[in-house]
Design a protein around this ligand. Structure first.
Ligand code: ASP
Length: 321
């Protein structure tokens, strides 16, 4: 009895996955590879760096790491890496994760003093049996692996923090530069998908707060059979629904990347109702066909695309509100 039931379930699962694969590929769009997409306007500079690798038939993993290093190292970007706005105690704490085509992944959270947390995340992936290192442990690991300890709080970010301290009100506002993550996903010419996600998180957060960005399945998810997704915005809402994983699983069920992003954002609306009108969350996704999707709660979410057909352009995502 048990065996026949198991066989029935196995058979149904095979039929279901065949059907969804057919639906996915019957969209028969031209395969656009390589392609790299990333969140927000600063995605343009990041894409340009990633493209140097992708256009020479390089690996998507190398491309996304090199790409997101651009805003990480730019002191003028106040939401990622060096120059990121600090937490309420004036400490710049960084979150990042990376995932490759073989489901290998690595992440760091609440990491201080290191300009390129994405590269520490990659070391966690490649050199340890773990996925996520946090706080002092992550710093210790970074230093032991040759990363330099630096002061990440720029004069401008310190000034902005001191101004914030006067009222010390914590209310994340949609699309204002007090929160913005770079999430980058790429499909290389070998048809492999990888992704990277890095941020200084919500400005003026409680010390120790970790958002969605370093959480595999929340801020980023890659499945080389299906595609990849990444997110930006109020991380707590993304964690609650395992956002990027949900987008990828919805694509697995046969939805296009656009449909998958829309269904995922609608899940947040369903959960949060009134609150969803006041916060921003955006998702970006690609599938193995090189099709892409982007959708946000609020207007104003932008993303950058670089492929042979689209030479590094910024687009406005559609939104629920
Ligand atoms: N998702 C990031 C976080 O919650 C911030 C952002 O993308 O704006 O830390």
């Amino acid at each position: 009895m048990k065996t026949s039931r198991r066989k029935f379930i196995q058979a149904s699962a095979t039929i279901a996955s065949l059907a969804s694969a057919q639906k996915l590929f019957s969209q028969s769009q031209k395969v656009t590879k390589p392609i790299v997409v990333s969140t927000w306007n600063f995605g343009v500079g990041a894409n340009a760096e990633a493209w140097k690798i992708l256009s020479k038939n390089g690996r998507a993993l190398d491309a996304v790491e090199a790409g997101v290093q651009v805003p990480e190292g730019d002191p003028k970007e106040t939401s990622v890496g060096l120059g990121g706005l600090p937490d309420r105690d004036g400490r710049v704490t960084l979150d990042a994760c990376i995932m490759d085509e073989n489901a290998n992944c690595g992440a760091v959270a609440c990491l201080e003093h290191i300009v390129h947390p994405i590269s520490v995340a990659r070391k966690v992936m490649e050199k340890t049996p773990h996925v996520l290192l946090v706080g002092d442990g992550a710093l210790q690991f970074a230093l032991a692996n040759g990363f330099k300890k630096e002061n990440l709080l720029t004069e401008e970010s310190e000034k902005a923090w001191k101004e914030w301290l006067k009222k010390a009100q914590y209310k994340p506002i949609a699309n204002i530069e007090n929160h913005d993550t770079i999430g980058m996903i790429a499909l290389d010419s070998s048809q492999n998908v990888s992704g990277a996600c890095t941020t200084s998180g919500m400005a003026y957060k409680i010390h120790g707060r970790v958002g969605d960005s370093p959480i595999i399945g929340a801020g980023l998810f890659v499945d080389n059979e299906i595609g990849a997704a990444t997110s930006t915005g109020v991380g707590e809402e993304v964690i609650r629904i395992c956002g990027s994983h949900l987008v990828v699983e919805l694509m697995r069920q046969g939805n296009s990347p656009q449909e998958a992003c829309e269904l995922t954002v609608k899940r947040i609306v369903k959960n949060q109702q009134e609150k969803s009108k006041e916060i921003q969350v955006g998702f970006l996704a690609i599938n193995k066909n090189g099709e892409l999707g982007a959708y946000a709660l609020q207007k104003g979410f932008t993303y950058a695309v670089y492929s042979n057909d689209v030479p590094n352009k910024i687009f406005d995502a559609k939104s629920f509100y």
